[in-house]
Design a protein around this ligand. Structure first.
Ligand SMILES: Cc1cc2nc3c(=O)[nH]c(=O)nc-3n(C[C@H](O)[C@H](O)[C@H](O)COP(=O)(O)OP(=O)(O)OC[C@H]3O[C@@H](n4cnc5c(N)ncnc54)[C@H](O)[C@@H]3O)c2cc1C
Length: 1039
C-alpha cells in the first residue's frame, strides 16, 4: 500500500551528504550539486520516494533546470556552498524559481537564519549552528535539518505555499528540456528496473500525455539466493552472482539502497592492506570501480589521486619495510618514498617530522551512493531482482535445508540466504538464534570549507594518512575532509544497541557529532597540514560503523546453520564491497573460494565470543586502527575469555600468553634474568634467548606444553568410516592408530589438515588447529548432511584438555605414572591408547609436533591441572620444564613439518605443498578433490614448496616475505623461524619449479635487506623416529 504522500518537501543546494539525509528522510525532494563546472541535478521524485518505493538520485546534466512531482510541498532551502552562503536567500529563492514559480506558487514567505555568536570558537561554530538550527526547526514542527557554515547564515527554512501535484506537473511539462531529459532518464532507469512502479498519466486540453513507463513486477516466490540488505556489500554480491549467471538472485532491502552505513561513508579506497589475500580484495575492488561506469552507464565519482601513509618514527619506518616485503610478491602497487617525494605529492604538508612514506598510486575515494547504484544497475541488468522497501521480518529453516524468508509482502523460499544487513546484521542473526559479535561504533569525519591553497592546486591531493596522528585526510572539492580514529578512552560505542538492539525506526539518521572527542587528532592534523588552521568546518558526519572483535568482516557460510551465509561486520565496506562480492559469489557458484581468507571466516568466532568481549575488542580495535602492526602481534583487551585451560591460572604469571580462538596458550616462559612480558619488535626481541632455552629443554630433557586449544571433534556412527573416506585424501588409520590427513577441495586445494585417531570401531577423534575449529567442522557437517551419512558428529573442543609431553625423557616421566608399557615396541609411534595416568583416565597418542619422542594426552578438561601437576612432579628428577608455542614452531620447522594456514590452505594444491606422502590417489574411495589432484599430477605443477636456510642479522623470516632471484621477485616465504639447533634461519617458500632444485641460491628480503638463502634437502634436523630407525639400522649393519 502506498503511503500517504509526505506534505513537507524541500530543495537543497549543494551535494553534501547531510542533504541526502533529508532526501532519504523524505524531507527533501531534490538537491543540486555543483561539481567541476557542471551542475548535477540530483533529483528524487515524490512518486519514486513514496508511492513507488524508490529513492534514486539521478544525475541529469542540464543547467539549473529541474522539477519534481509531488502532491503538496513546502520549500526548504539551505546551502553550504560559499556562493549560496553569501546570499542566504538564494537557495530558497532558487527553489521557488525552479519549482514554486513554475507551479504558480507564491514566493517564500519566511526565512529563518541562525548565526553563531563570536563567543563560540570558530571550529565549533558550524556544529553550534546546526544544533541551534535543528532546535528551531523542531519548534516549528520540522524534525531535524542540518547545515553548516561559520561565516554567514547557517540554516534557513522557508515554508512556501502548498504545491499541488497537477500544478507541478504542468510546470514539469512546460520545461521541455527537462521533460525530455527526465523522461529519457526514466526510461533508461526503467529498463534497468530502477523504477518499480508507474508514474501517472496526465491530460491537458483533452490530450493525454505519456509519462515514463510503469515498471511493475510480481515478487518471486522462489529464489536461489536471497540477499538481506541493500548496502554496498549486498548489492555487490547481487551484481556478482547475477553476472556469474545465477538465476533468481533476489535482494531484499528494508528501506532503500544504501540506507545503512553506506550512504554517508567517506568513500576512501586503497590498495593497502597489511594482510595478504585482503590485498587481492582491495585490488579487485579498485579495478572494478574503475570500469563500472563504462559497464553500467552510472557515474560512480571515483577519484584516484593516490595515497600516502606517513612514517614519523623509526619503528614506523621498520613497519613500512616489513610491509614492502609482504607486498612485493602481490598485485598491490606500492612504493616507499622519501620526505622530498612526499612534499612533491602533497605540497601542503609540513615535512619536519616525516621520515618516509608508503605510496599507493591508484588509491583515492569514490561516491559510495553512486557506487551502490551502479552495482544495482548492473545487478538488474544481469537479471537480479532488488526489492524495497522489503524488510525481512523472519527466517524459518525448512527441513530440506532451504529457507522461508518472511517479509510484510509475503514469504520467499530460498535455497540460500546471505545476511548483508550492516549494523542490523545482529538483529537478522537473532531471527535464527545467533548472536553475531558486531558492535556499532560512532565514526566521525569533518569537511572544511574552501581553502584557497587547496583551490590553487593544479592536481587533486593524494589521500594522506598520518598514522601517529591517527587520521585520514583527503581533498573534498576545494576543501579537505578529515577522519580521525579516537583512542579507546574517547571513542563512542552505541551501547544501547548492544543491549536493546537497533531501534526499529532507525533509518538514515546520523549520530550527534562531538568535536571535543577528536580535538587531539585535529591538532596533529593542523601540525601536519598547516592550512587546516585557517579552515572552517562546514559539515560533520557521525555515523554507525560495524566492528567485529578484530575489525575484519565475517564472510562465508556459517557453521551450524545450513545454507546461511554472512557478509557482515564491515569497518571498511566501501573498499571491500567489490572484492568481497566477487569472492563470495565465486564461493557460492563454484563450491569453494578462489583463494583463502580464513581471517574473514565467520566461524573464527564461537560461543566464547560474547557481546561484552566484542565490545571490549571494538573499543581497542578502533583506537588501534593505525597502530604499528608487528609480527606476532598480541592484543590484550577482553582476555581471558571463558575459554581457559585448567592450567591457565598456574601458568599465567610465568609465561607470555598468546591468544588462539579464545584460548590463552603460553608463547614462552620467563626465568630469572629474562625481560618478561610482551615486547613486540620487527627484530629479535626479549623472547629470542628464552625460546632457545626451551628448544634445548625439549631436545635434551623433557618439556610440557598446553595443547588444549586444539579443535576436537568426535565422529561416531555406522557411516563414520565412509564419511571420512570421502572427506580425506589419506587412508583411514588402522584401529588404535593415528594419521595426518587432508581434506581437499574439488579443485585440489588443501581445505584442512586433521589428525585422525581411530579409537574404536566407527569411533574417531579428529584434531585440528585452534584457528580452524569451526571452519573444519562446518565442512565436515556439510558433507555429512549432503551425503546423507549416518554419523554423530560432536564438537568436543571445550570438553577435552590436551597436554603435550616431549623430549628424550618423556617416556621415563610418563612411565612413572602408569603400569601400561610405554616402550617403543609396546606403544609405537602413531599409536593411540586409552591409559590411566596417576588415576586420571585419558587417551594417549604417540605423536609430537616437535618431532621428538613424545605423547599428546587427551583428557577431561577438568582434569588438566591435576594431570599437569602429577607430570611435573614425576619429571622433577629428569629436569622437566614448560615450553611454549614459539619453541614448538622452531622445532617443527627444523623437522620440516608443514603447517596448515601457512604452507598449505585454499591457495595451494596438495602437490605443490609437497603433501604427496599423504595423498592416496590409489585408495578406492572417491574422495573430494581426487579428480582434480589426478589432473594436477598429470599436468604437473608450476610452483613448489621449498625449504631454505639463510644467515640473517637480528631478524628472522616470519612468512610472506618476498624471494628475489636475479633482481626479480620470484616467490614468497610461507613461514620461518630461527633454528636454535643449527644456528641459522629456516623457512618454507613457494618458488617456480625451475628454481626449486636443492642448492639453488635465492635472496629473502627481510626489513629492506636481502639475505642470501639456499634451498636445502628437508629436514634440517631428523625426527626422533627417523633418528632411532637410522641408529638401529647402523647398529644392525655393524653387527
Ligand atoms: C562515517 C563513516 C565513514 C566511512 N568511511 C569509509 C571509507 O572511507 N571507506 C570504506 O571502505 N568504508 C567506510 N565506512 C564504512 C562503510 O560505510 C561500511 O563498511 C559499509 O557501508 C557497510 O556496507 P554494508 O552493505 O555491509 O552495510 P549497510 O550499508 O549498513 O547496508 C545494510 C543494509 O541492510 C538493510 N537491512 C537491514 N536489516 C534488514 C532487514 N531485516 N531486511 C532487509 N534489509 C535490511 C539496511 O536497510 C541497509 O540498507 C565508513 C563508515 C562511516 C560510518
Amino acid at each position: 500500500m502506498p503511503r500517504r504522500p509526505e506534505e513537507r518537501l524541500g530543495v537543497g543546494v549543494g551535494g553534501g551528504d547531510w542533504k541526502r539525509t533529508l532526501v532519504h528522510q523524505n524531507r527533501c525532494v531534490m538537491f543540486l550539486q555543483k561539481k567541476s563546472n557542471h551542475v548535477h541535478h540530483y533529483l528524487v521524485t515524490k512518486q519514486i520516494l513514496k508511492s513507488y518505493s524508490l529513492c534514486s538520485l539521478l544525475s541529469v546534466s542540464s543547467h539549473w533546470r529541474h522539477l519534481v512531482g509531488c502532491s503538496r510541498a513546502s520549500l526548504l532551502g539551505f546551502s553550504s556552498t560559499r556562493r549560496f552562503a553569501q546570499h542566504p536567500s538564494l537557495a530558497p529563492l532558487l527553489a521557488h524559481l525552479y519549482i514554486g514559480r513554475r507551479a504558480g506558487c507564491a514566493p517564500p514567505p519566511a526565512l529563518s537564519l541562525v548565526r553563531a555568536p563570536r563567543t563560540v570558537p570558530r571550529l565549533l561554530a558550524s556544529d553550534w549552528c546546526v544544533r541551534r538550527g535543528a532546535e528551531r526547526a523542531g519548534r516549528a514542527g520540522w524534525t531535524e535539518t542540518r547545515s553548516g557554515r561559520t561565516d554567514g547564515w547557517e540554516f534557513a527554512r522557508v515554508r512556501g505555499a502548498p504545491l499541488s501535484m497537477s500544478r507541478l506537473l504542468r510546470a514539469f511539462r512546460r520545461t521541455l528540456l527537462l521533460q525530455t531529459a527526465l523522461a529519457g532518464r526514466c526510461r533508461w532507469i526503467a529498463a534497468r528496473g530502477l523504477v518499480s512502479s508507474p508514474p501517472t498519466k496526465s491530460s491537458k486540453g483533452g490530450k493525454e500525455i505519456e509519462l515514463p513507463a510503469p515498471f511493475t513486477k510480481k515478487w518471486k516466490d522462489n529464489a536461489e539466493t536471497v540477499i538481506i540488505g541493500g548496502g554496498c556489500v549486498g548489492v555487490s554480491l547481487a551484481y556478482h552472482l547475477a553476472k556469474a549467471g545465477m538465476k533468481d538472485v533476489v535482494l531484499l532491502e528494508k528501506s532503500e539502497l544504501t540506507a545503512g552505513s553506506t550512504w554517508h561513508a567517506a568513500g576512501l579506497t586503497t590498495y593497502f592492506h597489511p594482510g595478504i589475500n585482503l590485498k587481492k580484495i582491495h585490488h579487485y575492488s579498485i579495478k572494478l570501480y574503475e570500469s563500472l561506469e563504462e559497464e553500467t552507464g552510472q557515474a560512480v565519482g571515483f577519484h584516484q589521486p593516490g595515497s600516502i601513509r606517513i612514517a614519523t618514527t623509526p619503528t614506523r619506518v621498520d613497519e613500512f619495510h616489513y610491509q614492502m616485503t609482504r607486498t612485493r610478491w602481490n598485485v598491490t602497487p606500492q612504493f616507499m618514498i622519501s620526505p622530498e617525494k612526499v612534499q612533491e605529492l602533497f605540497p601542503l604538508i609540513n615535512i619536519d617530522k616525516v621520515l618516509a612514506a608508503l605510496h599507493n598510486p591508484g588509491d583515492g575515494h569514490i561516491d559510495p551512493y553512486s557506487l551502490t547504484m551502479a552495482l544495482a544497475a548492473g545487478a538488474r541488468f544481469y537479471g537480479a531482482e532488488l526489492y524495497f522497501p522489503a524488510a525481512v521480518t523472519g527466517l524459518s529453516p525448512r527441513s530440506d535445508g532451504k529457507w522461508n524468508v518472511e517479509t510484510e509482502n509475503g514469504a520467499i523460499r530460498a535455497n540460500r540466504i546471505v545476511n548483508c544487513a550492516g549494523f542490523w546484521a545482529r538483529e537478522v542473526g537473532k531471527m535464527i538464534g545467533l548472536d553475531h559479535p558486531l558492535v556499532p561504533v560512532h565514526h566521525q569525519y569533518v569537511i572544511t570549507s574552501t581553502i584557497p591553497e587547496v583551490k590553487a592546486l593544479k592536481h587533486e591531493l593524494p589521500v594522506l594518512r598520518d598514522l601517529e596522528g591517527s587520521y585520514y585526510l583527503r581533498q573534498e572539492r576545494d576543501g579537505l575532509l578529515f577522519g580521525p580514529y579516537e583512542e579507546k578512552e574517547k571513542m563512542m560505542i552505541q551501547e544501547s544497541w548492544l543491549t536493546n538492539g537497533v531501534p526499529p525506526g532507525f533509518g538514515k539518521e546520523l549520530f550527534e557529532s562531538d568535536l571535543d572527542r577528536i580535538m587531539d587528532n585535529v591538532e596533529c592534523a593542523m601540525d601536519m597540514v598547516p592550512v587546516l588552521k585557517k579552515a572552517d568546518i562546514i559539515n560533520i558526519i557521525s555515523g554507525p560503523i560495524t566492528y567485529t572483535p578484530d575489525i575484519l568482516p565475517m564472510v562465508g557460510p556459517h557453521q551450524g546453520v545450513r545454507n546461511y551465509w554472512v557478509a557482515i561486520g564491515f569497518a571498511y565496506g566501501i573498499i571491500h564491497a567489490g572484492g568481497i562480492g566477487k569472492y563470495l559469489s565465486d564461493w557460492i557458484m563454484d563450491g569453494e573460494p578462489d583463494y583463502d581468507l580464513i581471517e574473514l571466516d565467520p566461524n573464527r568466532f564461537g560461543k566464547w565470543t560474547t557481546i561484552k568481549y566484542a565490545e571490549n575488542k571494538a573499543r581497542e580495535s578502533y583506537g588501534f586502527n593505525n597502530i604499528v602492526g608487528y609480527p606476532k602481534e598480541e592484543r590484550f583487551e577482553g582476555r581471558p575469555t571463558e575459554r581457559v585451560s585448567g592450567i591457565y591460572e598456574a601458568l599465567k604469571d610465568k609465561a607470555s600468553m598468546g591468544f588462539h580462538a579464545g584460548w590463552e596458550q603460553p608463547h614462552w616462559f620467563y626465568k630469572t634474568g629474562d625481560d618478561p612480558g610482551y615486547r613486540p619488535s620487527f627484530r629479535r626481541t626479549n623472547w629470542f634467548e628464552p625460546v632457545g632455552r626451551e628448544c634445548e629443554q625439549v631436545m635434551k630433557k623433557v618439556g610440557v606444553f598446553d595443547l588444549t586449544p586444539f579443535g576436537k571433534f568426535s565422529l561416531k556412527g555406522k557411516d563414520s568410516t565412509k564419511l571420512l573416506d570421502r572427506l580425506i585424501a589419506n587412508v583411514i588409520p588402522k584401529l588404535g592408530y593415528i594419521n595426518i590427513s587432508h581434506m581437499i577441495t574439488p579443485r585440489g586445494r588443501v581445505y584442512a589438515e586433521v589428525t585422525i585417531s581411530h579409537l574404536a570401531e566407527e569411533d574417531f577423534l579428529l584434531v585440528t588447529g585452534s584457528g580452524s575449529e569451526l571452519h573444519d567442522l562446518r565442512y565436515i557437517e556439510e558433507e555429512a548432511t549432503n551425503g546423507g551419512y549416518e554419523v554423530d558428529i560432536r564438537n568436543v573442543t571445550d570438553e577435552i584438555g590436551v597436554l603435550g609431553v616431549a623430549g628424550p625423557f618423556s617416556r621415563k616421566v610418563l612411565q612413572k605414572l602408569t603400569k601400561v608399557d610405554l616402550n617403543g615396541t609396546a606403544f609405537k609411534f602413531l599409536q593411540c591408547k586409552p591409559l590411566t595416568l596417576a588415576d586420571i583416565p585419558l587417551t594417549a597418542m604417540r605423536i609430537s609436533y616437535t618431532g621428538e619422542l613424545g605423547w599428546e594426552l587427551y583428557h577431561k578438561r577438568e582434569d588438566t591441572a591435576a594431570l599437569y601437576h602429577c607430570i611435573m612432579e614425576a619429571g622433577q628428577e629428569f629436569g622437566i620444564d614448560n615450553f611454549g608455542a614459539y619453541a614448538m614452531n622452531s622445532l617443527r620447522l627444523e623437522k620440516a613439518f608443514r603447517s596448515w594456514g601457512a604452507e598449505m590452505n585454499c591457495d595451494t594444491n596438495a602437490f605443490e605443498a609437497g603433501l604427496d606422502y599423504f595423498i592416496k590417489l590409489n585408495k578406492p574411495a572417491d574422495f573430494i578433490g581426487k579428480q582434480a589432484l589426478q589432473s594436477i599430477k598429470k599436468e604437473g605443477i608450476k610452483r613448489k614448496l621449498v625449504y631454505l636456510t639463510m644467515q640473517t642479522d637480528n631478524v628472522d623470516p616470519e612468512g610472506n616475505e618476498s624471494i628475489w632471484y636475479e633482481g626479480k621477485v620470484v616467490g614468497n616465504t610461507t613461514s620461518g623461524a630461527y633454528s636454535y639447533n643449527t644456528q641459522q634461519s629456516v623457512a618454507f617458500a613457494y618458488v617456480p619449479v625451475e628454481l626449486s632444485k636443492i642448492g639453488q641460491r635465492l635472496d629473502v628480503e627481510l626489513l629492506n635487506k636481502k639475505s642470501k638463502a639456499e634451498i636445502i634437502q628437508e629436514p634440517l634436523v631428523l625426527t626422533e623416529p627417523t633418528r632411532t630407525r637410522t641408529k638401529k639400522k647402523s647398529e644392525l649393519s655393524n653387527v
